[in-house]
Design a protein around this ligand. Structure first.
Ligand code: ZN
Length: 123
């Protein structure tokens, strides 16, 4: 990428010049422990390294109680979940990602159950 474009995108807040992160999460590896993480620039323009598996309500509570912010996606870009998001759209109902902490896994969302195949229409 051309240096002038990097400067322009950095100035517009779309790209972090030092980390080359954007608002859209990308797979990376944690520099300390080497596990896969999602890396992005959050809505405040700070680098964020997220656990790649969404958390459930208990996982979000544990993350917040240990000082780890949680994030959700809006059109592919991450934003920090605040008390309005947490109350209105609990982590069990919306993909929610917690900040990565080395060696500190969180309760994650169970995989969505597949609808049982029946002969009865769902009504
Ligand atoms: Zn780590």
């Amino acid at each position: 990428m051309q240096p002038w474009l990097v400067d322009k995108l950095d100035g517009d807040g779309v790209l972090d010049k030092n980390t080359r992160l954007t608002h859209k999460p990308r797979p990376r590896r944690c520099l300390q422990c080497g596990v896969p993480v999602l890396a992005a620039m959050d809505d405040l323009g700070q680098p964020a390294y997220l656990e790649p598996v969404p958390v459930n309500n208990a996982g979000e509570l544990k993350a917040l109680m240990t000082g780890r912010p949680t994030y959700a996606l809006d059109h592919g870009a991450i934003y920090t979940r605040n008390h309005w998001h947490i109350r209105g759209r609990p982590a069990d109902t919306e993909p929610t990602y917690a900040e990565h902490a080395c060696g500190a896994p969180l309760p994650s969302r169970p995989p969505r159950p597949r609808p049982a195949a029946t002969d009865h229409p769902p009504f």
